[in-house]
Ligand binder design. Structure first.
Ligand code: NAD
Ligand code: 6OD
Length: 486
């Protein structure tokens, strides 16, 4: 049994609330351990510890010492790679191959990249003419924002939490993290790493629990939190943004998507199929950047659908530790119910089920898990709910199109604006179409190819602001201008 404790002021604690809840392995349905729930007193203690650390050794530490410490955090995550991997697999059931190539390495990289960014980004300076001709020098310095609340989701738990904690600490802030109630383990383990490398107490704090009336709400409503960075559903983002309005606290919102893939007849079919299979089914379709709508130029539509069907049917579901496994379970019974309800809805709305639909038959060991079949639909009108609403499961709908303008219009016909993947060998078309899709990230002939120096975020209801590279500094630090009369 692996219980999840809070990590407050450098110490693990079950807190005083006396409340806890069970944590289940979604691959088997077995109980992994309990998660202690933080209520107001635990959140107050974590925020107070974070505030005190800002005034203590952390606030006084040089940038070089601070960024060296973040490199040590990354190195220690790598030293304990297998512990992080086991914890992530237990919490999510995701295939070992996926977690060992994406989740854990990115968990470490997020500390190194932002430590290096902060060291290397200059600020501006301006010489100002003055009436007495002696002039003035303006120069800007970056200051940490203060105590940052980090609210993270369950789909890439370590990756998405460190994606925020890395830049926050690199800029000199302190953090209180509330990981998803579904996936508490790797965030808890990071507390051990912080102590091992000598991170001052109170710089990194973790409180566990749910959203409403629990740790999430108490943290985001806390008056001594200076800014809130959130990844999760758009609806939750709206609630947190309302909480942040009190005291005019800044938010960074990375929210949902209903991303379109666009496949032109002049694509390289091998690349388009490989990428579209990944973008629809990787992590069991639980990737915000994933493709749930694919638009395919009519001359290659039938071939594309047939090859996607073949690819989906060759995915191997099962033991996360089996190297052959390439699709895991959904995160929870609750999420399974949601995805199954959309599978039923697709049929009610008149979809042709090309493959999949419904629960996956699993061997006895995994029968209690949250397994659904990778599913492809065709034939739905664009106003179908299945085409308009984010499902966040291993599903996609494929629609034919006839012209480039039509493809752009269909891709943009959504409330969301996170990502797109465009498949074409025509370079002019690639640039032309990428420029017209209303999203934060447009990939051409690839998907989820990440350069951490680039801006990341969503348009429309997919989010507010950009993180990544220097763009994260706009959120995680405040520019102060100093004007010196000479
Ligand atoms: P969620 O919104 O249900 O939960 C996210 C986090 O918010 C959890 O820690 C949860 O406990 C907390 N929370 C919930 N209600 C809260 C409240 N009232 N106050 C404070 N905290 C609250 O999202 P999820 O189900 O964990 O994740 C899936 C969603 O996340 C999908 O919509 C997906 O698209 C989105 N997502 C977006 C990105 C991105 O980068 N844009 C990345 C990953 C996931
Ligand atoms: O790669 C990243 O930095 C990132 N934020 C990925 C988000 C994936 C969503 O599920």
């Amino acid at each position: 049994m692996t219980d999840a404790l809070h990590f407050i002021n450098g110490e693990f604690t079950s807190g005083k609330s006396g409340q806890n809840f069970d944590n289940f392995n979604p691959a088997t349905g077995e109980k992994i351990g309990v998660v202690h729930e933080a209520l107001k007193p635990e959140v107050d203690a974590a925020v107070a510890a974070a505030r005190a650390a800002l005034k203590g050794p952390w606030g006084k530490m040089s940038m070089v010492a601070r960024t060296d410490l973040l490199h040590a955090v990354a190195d220690e995550i790598n030293n304990r790679f297998d512990d992080f991997l086991e914890a992530e697999i237990l919490d999510t059931g995701k295939p070992r191959g996926l977690a060992s190539h994406i989740d854990i390495p990115r968990g470490a990289a997020n500390f190194k990249v932002f430590a290096d960014t902060v060291k290397n980004v200059p600020t501006e300076s301006f010489m100002l003419d003055t009436p007495d001709a002696t002039g003035a020098l303006n120069y800007a310095v970056r200051k940490p924002k203060g105590v940052i609340a980090v609210i993270s989701p369950w789909n890439l738990p370590l990756l998405l939490m460190t994606w925020k904690v890395g830049p926050a600490l690199a800029c000199g802030n302190t953090v209180v993290v509330k990981p998803s109630e579904e996936t508490p383990l790797t965030t808890t383990l990071l507390g051990e790493v912080m102590n091992k490398v000598g991170m001052p107490a109170g710089v990194f704090n973790v409180v566990h629990g749910f959203g409403p009336d629990s740790a999430g709400a108490f943290l985001t409503e806390h008056p001594d939190v200076d800014a809130i960075t959130f990844t999760g559903e758009t609806r939750t983002g709206e609630i947190i943004t309302r909480a942040a309005a009190k005291g005019l606290r800044q938010v960074s919102m990375e929210c949902g998507g209903k991303n379109a893939g666009i496949v032109f007849a002049d694509c390289d079919m091998e690349k388009a199929i490989e990428g579209s299979l990944r973008s629809a089914f990787a992590n069991c379709g639980q990737v915000c950047l994933g493709t749930e709508r694919i638009y395919v130029e009519r001359p290659i539509f039938d071939e594309f659908v047939a090859r996607m069907k073949e690819g989906a049917e060759s995915l191997k579901l099962g033991n996360p530790n089996d190297p052959e496994t390439n699709m895991g379970p959904l995160i929870s019974k609750e999420h399974e119910e949601k995805v199954l309800s959309y599978m039923a809805l697709a049929e009610e709305e008149g979809a042709t089920v090309v493959t999949g639909g419904g629960k996956a038959e699993m061997p006895a060991e995994f029968a209690g898990g949250c397994w659904v079949r990778p599913t492809i639909w065709t034939g739905l009108p664009e106003n179908a709910r299945v085409i308009r609403e984010e499902i966040f499961g291993p599903v996609c709908h494929i629609t034919p199109f006839d012209t480039e303008d039509e493809a752009v219009r269909l891709a943009n016909d959504t409330d969301y604006g996170l990502a797109t993947a465009i498949w074409t060998e025509n370079l002019s078309r690639a640039h032309r179409v990428a420029a017209q899709i209303d999203v934060g990230i447009a990939w051409v002939n690839s998907w989820f190819l990440r350069d951490l120096r680039t801006a990341f975020g969503g348009s429309k209801q997919s989010g507010i602001g950009r993180e990544g590279g220097v763009h994260g500094l706009e959120f995680y630090s405040e520019l102060k201008n100093i004007c010196v009369k000479l």
